[in-house]
Design a binder for this molecule. Sequence first.
Ligand code: FAD
Length: 530
Amino acid sequence: MRRWNGWGDDSINYPVPASALSFLNRRVGNGHRPKDISLQEVLGRIPKSRLPRHALVSIDPLSRLLHSRGQSFPNWVDLRTGQLNTFPDGVAYPISNLDVVDLIRYALHAGVHIIPYGGGTSVVGHIDPIKSNAPVLSIDMSRMNCLINLNTQSLLATFNAGVIGPDLEAQLRAHGFTLGHFPQSFEYSTLGGWVATRSSGQQSMRYGRIEKLFAGGRMETPLGELILPSFPASAAGPDMREMVLGSEGRLGIITEACVRITPIPEREEFHAVFFPDFQHGIEAVQQILSSGLQLSMLRLSTAKETTTTLALAGHENLIRALERLLSIRGLGENKCMLLLGFCGKSILVRTNRSEALNITSKLDGVHIGKTFGEQWHKNRFKTPYLRNTLWEMGYGIDTLETAIDWGKTPQMVDQIEAALLNSMDDYGEKVHVFTHLSHVYPCGSSVYTTILFRLAHEPEETLIRWRAMKSAACQAIIALHGTISHQHGIGIDHKAYLEAEKGALGVAALSTLFRRFDPKGIMNPGKLVA
Ligand SMILES: Cc1cc2nc3c(=O)[nH]c(=O)nc-3n(C[C@H](O)[C@H](O)[C@H](O)COP(=O)(O)OP(=O)(O)OC[C@H]3O[C@@H](n4cnc5c(N)ncnc54)[C@H](O)[C@@H]3O)c2cc1C
């Protein structure tokens, strides 16, 4: 069963080896295990629903609790410690377009606010109910999860938008195809959620981000239906899909999405190469990008992330042997790991791999084969389970991300990390910060930073510290003119920084657009823009 106050299935755990715990102790100090609130206690605090009756709406307290928060760090604090003070008043599970239309009509008539709910994996407060006099209805799309049409000639597949990653892939793979969209939240996040947040999958280098994969679809808005036909290309004015991508539930409910699919690749490989330092790694990545080789992934860790990954990996004998080998090859504590992914026809995989490894070896990279890369691939959806274990040991973990052109990428890494480290000085606390470049483009890179810190004795204090770190990192991003989000979206947590990126006119234009489709302002108010 899915955890109500953590990540993932409650039968899956991610143990942390003793050596990793002592690594953490040395970096940030001993964790204080906070007292979690019990499910019964939270259920007892849920206020009476304010919703008028409707056949499709459940006011069951457990359903309301399960739809009350996503996966942001403040959401974790709320759910673990019982800080919650807002809940949806009810949850509906539509099974058809007609149900969605009916629910929107009901909400308009009764003055109800709607929060479209995909998989609830938002990490920026997208689905948190805002305090309001209006009742709140969460519309959970999980029962709209079928493959509606598969067009193998045009390589297009249309799904109901509530389909989660594994079910979408299984339905395509049964016919020999893949979407190739693998965000780390794959296990629970949905196609509609990916479109509504402009998500990016781990192999976006080959398959593209969701905006490339999203060919068209159907959205129900308070003013009626918006149909987005899927053309191979069109010059008919601005592309209406761009209004829907990243709309974060403000425009309407995506009920169907047509996506561009690819035949399952014949071969897939993941390799690891270690460089003497970050600069060598960046040079290798840039040369690979400009060589026109086809890869599915390049992920370059800084020295600190490399050390942390090796420390948390377990398998101590294997890691010791690897460290010995790298040290013989002259790589010391500044070493940085690059993961490379290849997929496609076997012959092309072989050529691309050998050319890419030629480039890395000319830049002093040490290729250690496939074991590490394949381990990463195997565990890539398991790593979020570490959040549960760390919380139980008294540690918080969160991630931040941006994207910026190559000229400023190393500076962005340094400035985000420095801002985070400094932000804890006033609290006499330490934060362990490490970064990787996860999605690379010819013109620049995403920068993905992880923070590990101790939870305070009181949840309010934990949140104060988290806000100080979050704000320091966001200010650093804005100061260097990076995007406030490469893949997580805006929601509540990034809303204050959107104007720095889009300008006052841009933000006002977005608000006007949402009002045009939703004059009464019932769709996910308080998120993305005012
Ligand atoms: C452990 C973890 C790892 C993650 N890794 C990645 C990653 O690798 N890449 C990445 O891009 N993101 C990642 N995320 C963030 C998150 O998974 C994405 O934002 C995802 O796209 C959200 O999808 P969801 O279905 O869970 O949407 P939800 O969280 O349910 O909703 C997100 C927003 O989309 C809206 N929405 C959802 N469905 C619809 C619909 N049908 N119609 C209209 N609006 C809708 C909601 O109203 C809300 O505003 C990660 C999150 C976690 C917790």
